[in-house]
Structures are given as C-alpha cells and as structure tokens.
Design a protein around this ligand. Structure first.
Ligand SMILES: [Cu+2]
Length: 288
C-alpha cells in the first residue's frame, strides 16, 4: 500500500500538471511547466507536432538500445569476467548492419521531413495575403488585398500592460486574421535579418532585407497567439514580439473597415514622404 502511495503521489502531480498544461495551452504562448510543444492550431503545426512525436519514439528506442548494449558489454566483457580477451577484430555482417541500419533510420526520418517542408512552403489557393516586415525593433504589417493599409506593432512596456497581457509578448497593435482562411504570409525586413515565428502556427521564417520569403497559415481556432523574432537581430532582438488575434470572418471584415479609417492617417504616406525626402537629400548630397 505504502509503495503504491509513493508511486501514486508523483503520478497525480504529473497528471494535474498535464491538465493545467492543456488548459493553459489555449493561451497561444509558452507557460511554466509546459510539457511538449504549444498546442498546434494550423495543419502545418499539427503535422510538425506529429513529426516531433515520431522522432521522440525513434530517439528513445536508439537511446535505450545503446544504453542496454553498453551495460551488456560492461558486465560481460570487463577484465574480471573475461580475463583472456578474444583477438577477433572484424565481423562483416555486423559492420554492414551498423552502416545500413542508421542509413535506413535517416531515410525513414527524411521522407516525412521533406514532405512537411514542401507542405509548409506555400499554399496554391491563398484567400488573402499579409506582409510582415521586420525592423529594428518592431514589426510592421501590410494588408494589400484588404484595405491596403499598413501599421506598426511595437512591444508594450511593463507600465503599459493591462491585466492578462503577457510581459515581453504583448504588442500595442495586433495582427488580426480570420479563422479557417488560407493566408499567404510574405515576410521581409528593412534593415537586418529578423524571423517571424509563432510556435502555435508552426511558422518560423526569416525576414531578409531585399528578399520576399513566403509561407502560409490556416488557423483553425480563434484566440490570441504570441510569437517572437527568432533571428538574433541586435540589442532589441528580445523586444519585438508578435501578437496575432484570430477572429471570425465577420469580425475580421468589421475590423478591416475600422482599420482602414484608423490606419489611414498613418498609412505610411507621411513616413514615405519623409523617407523620400531623406533619400532625395542623400542623393543630392551624393550628387554635390
Ligand atoms: Cu528581429
């Protein structure tokens, strides 16, 4: 009885941790004592999760096999148990096996890996496009086929956080996207290499200046999801988080109408004018 109790206590703790983990997983962010990856909400993230679980099985079998083999060798072939060692140095069958089996294991891993890589690459039937541009140190977003507006999203400081908003993850403006919609994501950068990453979406893609990288998402669950820049981009690298709100298609349409007005004044035009003026004066300066 006592032995069972000793075993049951950590099991109960583990189970309660698992339940609280799955309850918290709905928040679209990492949390203390999380086990496994964040709950996947896109087809790509689901497949990534399955692939990760498959690798976990393979790696566990290999680790257990090698450990058992080591223990067997240590017990059977130590100097005490085996005072006169054999002088055999080659075994053709064994050598072929320990070359072929690892190759087979790598092939078994490579096939689903490449499939997944191409699946995450792009979607043929995108219903809309969003462009994310990394800057030192914030993200700006463009909605070219939904109002054609632009806005910046910067991290909220500790004194700006409202109750429930996570520190270092919440931003002043959210990327709003509709649920169950194939969205083409174009990712670029204006200064150095950044990376747009949301673990729950299974997306992590570099934003490279002068290059347009593409991926896609189809989020199947409404909610708020968080991510961070995942390419070391300078001193503010840890302070350019990503906050995505996934809403119903109707709510998205309503938000677009509101956003068109809200972001009209800062539609990038003022910035563009300034940037143009800057570029012109630089050109003039160069010409002189
Ligand atoms: Cu960055």
């Amino acid at each position: 009885m006592t032995a069972w109790r000793i075993l049951a206590a950590p099991m109960a703790l583990f189970c309660s941790l698992l339940t609280s983990a799955s309850a918290l997983a709905d928040h679209g962010m990492a949390h203390p004592w999380q086990l496994g990856l964040q709950a996947p909400v896109t087809p790509v993230a689901e497949q990534l999760n399955d692939f990760h679980n498959m690798l976990l099985v393979i790696i566990t079998v290999i680790a257990v096999f090698v450990t058992l083999l080591l223990i067997y060798v240590m017990v059977k072939f130590n100097a005490k148990a085996n005072p006169t060692p054999r002088t055999t140095t080659h075994n053709t069958l064994l050598e072929v096996l320990w070359t072929a089996i690892p190759i087979l294991i790598l092939v078994v891993i490579a096939i689903p890996s490449f499939k997944l890589l191409y699946y995450a690459d792009s979607t043929k039937d995108a219903e809309m496009t969003i462009k994310a541009i990394g800057h030192q140190w914030y993200w700006s977003y463009e909605y070219p086929d939904n109002g054609d507006f632009t806005f910046d999203a910067s991290m909220l400081g500790d004194d700006e956080l409202e109750p429930g908003q996570p520190r270092l993850l919440a931003t002043d403006e959210s990327v709003v996207i509709p649920v169950n919609t194939n969205i083409r994501l174009l990712i670029a950068a204006s200064d150095v290499i950044h990376a747009w990453a949301i673990p729950a979406f299974g997306v992590k893609l570099d934003g490279v200046p002068g290059r347009l990288n593409e991926t896609w998402v189809r989020v199947e669950k409404e909610g708020t999801y968080y991510g961070q820049c995942s390419e070391l981009c300078g001193t503010g690298h840890g302070f350019m988080p990503i906050q995505v709100k996934v809403v119903s298609k109707e709510a998205f349409k309503a938000w677009v109408e509101k956003a068109k007005v809200e972001y009209a004044s800062s539609n990038g035009k003022a910035d563009v004018k300034l940037a143009d003026a800057g570029a012109q004066s630089t050109q003039n300066g160069a010409a002189q």
